[in-house]
Ligand binder design. Structure first.
Ligand code: ACM
Ligand code: ZN
Length: 534
């Protein structure tokens, strides 16, 4: 009897020291074929991750895989190039000849068999996506070894654009936190970080030709308490990103195959800049970096030639620091009140034969677009930029519902869908607002994010113009990393399945079943999240 008990104990210990692997991750891969015989490969401490030593992208991928598995599963693996025999994990890029023209550049195959794990991707980026699937599959169970069931996973994303927006202007977030934010994005297969850098409440991008812009424009004297209560905290608030820091972030993101799209929001949301250069406003100021929330009537003067000169100087440096093909020029919530009253703006309208003030915004956009096209960049604008007519290359970011995006796609403009009702994660995620950290209002539970269909209302041909969906995190009421993560997670899990999976494969109940594994990862990695799902 004693023997049986001790045998049983040994067996239990053995089971407990193996990690519980499951390929039911978020977002769920396109196809997961487990071997019917149920065999497993044992991944042991000290195992080797190998790759083609001639390929620096794979070297970076391999090192990141080692780092991730150390942080999540406590595994000590070694990245070693060109190991011919005995490596546990091999990272490979398909050779050109075996690729078809139509192949998704992010498509990968992850196999586990008796030789170990192989991630074969159409590109280094594809291999990186497969790495995320492996990391999530292994999870966090403490163990000295990992038993990986034999499997063949075929995977590729539905949308080429899978965005997350982050407002670092209402509140400043550290470079270290932005790196963590990028890791969270990478874990969810997201590939575009829309970085909102300028606002009424602070200008946060260093412009070397105008150093006072960030130095003075980033600081508000104080911040209103709560929702424009009229009470202030009496504490100066500031912070901006040097170009060196921006480059560091771009580089960190690039290694995770995330493109950084900077946004300079214009011609509204400009009090940070107007405080420093009051002559660029219709009234001449003075203007203060705004201590309250909302939409300011003070915007850049469209009739002052200095405005375009200023914007071009800013965009020169933006383009220099950010290699992104797409540059965001905002365009939302720019009231026409000042333009209606301003002799310079009215004279400009006359000169150009414009009938409505809205067309002044189009005039600015077109000038900037021509300027940026010469640098090989395409512009993105919020859907208000549709109002005065758009050039062919411009991309519309549809936030006031999907109507703008649908109209733009029908005109064959490329579109990013981020309607407030499904994508604004500054809204509350639980019905009981009082029980959670502050949100801007509204109610956007995980289930509603999950239900979003970005191409609804469009025919097959028009739907091709939808680059993809994005969640937006505005930060009027979000001042700290823990709060930002709480707003993001697990709504980003829901969005990642909208971004990644075919719509007919989505299943909210099954998603909820997959979620606890992700939450364990968040616990292990120190990410805050909302514990309840509605
Ligand atoms: C926006 O939410 N104002 C784009
Ligand atoms: Zn004006």
């Amino acid at each position: 009897m004693k023997k049986i008990v001790s045998l049983f104990g040994l067996l239990l210990m053995a089971v407990a020291s193996w990690a519980q692997v499951s390929y039911d991750v978020i977002p769920l891969p396109k196809s997961v074929q487990l071997s019917p015989k149920g065999e497993s490969y044992m991944l042991a401490q000290g195992a080797v991750v190998t790759y083609d030593g001639q390929n620096p992208t794979l070297a970076s991928d391999a090192q990141l895989l080692v780092n991730y598995l150390k942080a999540t599963a406590g595994l000590n693996l070694k990245a070693q190039p060109d190991v011919k025999k005995g490596a546990a994990i091999e990272l490979k890029i398909k050779n050109e000849k075996s690729k078809s023209n139509s192949e998704n550049t992010e498509a990968y195959q992850l196999t586990v068999d008796k030789r170990g794990v192989t991630i074969l991707g159409a590109s280094g980026e594809a291999v990186f996506r497969g790495i995320q699937t492996l990391v999530k599959s292994i999870g966090v169970e403490p163990g000295t070894e990992v038993s990986l069931p034999y499997v063949t996973i075929q995977d590729e994303p539905r949308f080429p654009y899978r965005g997350v927006h982050f407002d670092c202007a209402r509140h400043y977030f550290s470079v270290d936190f932005i790196k963590q934010f990028l890791d969270i994005m990478a874990l969810h297969g997201c590939n575009n970080f829309h970085w909102h850098l300028t606002e009424d409440q602070g200008w946060r991008f260093e412009v070397k030709s105008m150093p006072e812009l960030a130095m003075k424009g980033s600081v508000r004297k104080q911040t209103v308490i709560g929702r424009n209560t009229g009470l202030y905290d009496g504490t100066p608030y500031g912070g901006y990103y040097t170009q060196q820091e921006c480059r560091e972030i771009v580089d960190y993101a690039a290694k995770r195959f995330i493109n950084v799209i900077p946004e300079i929001d214009l011609p509204g949301h400009m009090l940070g800049a107007l405080h420093v250069f009051p002559e660029l406003g219709c009234t001449g100021g003075p203007y203060e970096v705004w201590p309250i929330w909302g939409v300011s009537r003070d915007v850049l003067c469209a009739g002052n030639p200095g405005t375009l000169e200023f914007l071009k100087k800013v965009l020169d440096e933006v383009a220099d620091v950010f290699p992104s093909k797409y540059i965001h020029i905002g365009g939302d919530e720019s009231p026409r009140d000042r333009w209606k009253q301003c002799p310079k703006c009215q004279a400009k309208m006359k000169e150009l034969g414009l009938k409505k003030e809205a067309e002044l915004q189009t005039y600015i956009n077109k000038e900037l677009e021509a300027y940026m096209q010469k640098k090989g960049r395409d512009l993105i604008g919020w859907d208000e930029t549709l109002e005065g007519g758009l050039s062919e290359k411009a991309i519309v970011m549809s936030w006031r519902g999907t109507k703008g995006g649908i109209a733009a796609a029908r005109q064959h403009h490329r579109v990013i869908m981020t309607p407030t009702d499904y994508c604004y994660i500054d809204y509350y995620q639980l019905k009981d607002h009082g029980s959670q950290p502050l949100g801007i209002g509204g109610y956007l539970p995980v289930s509603k994010v999950y239900s979003f269909e970005p191409t609804a209302g469009l025919g097959e041909e028009e739907a091709k113009y939808i680059l993809g969906p994005q969640v937006n995190l505005w930060t009027e009421y979000v001042g700290y990393p823990q709060h930002a993560m709480y707003m993001l997670l697990p709504r980003l899990d829901a969005m990642s399945e909208v971004q990644w999976m075919a719509s007919d494969k989505k299943d909210f109940e099954a998603f909820q079943g997959r979620l606890p594994r992700m939450l364990k990862l968040y616990d292990k990695l120190g990410y805050s999240y909302c514990h309840k799902v509605e």
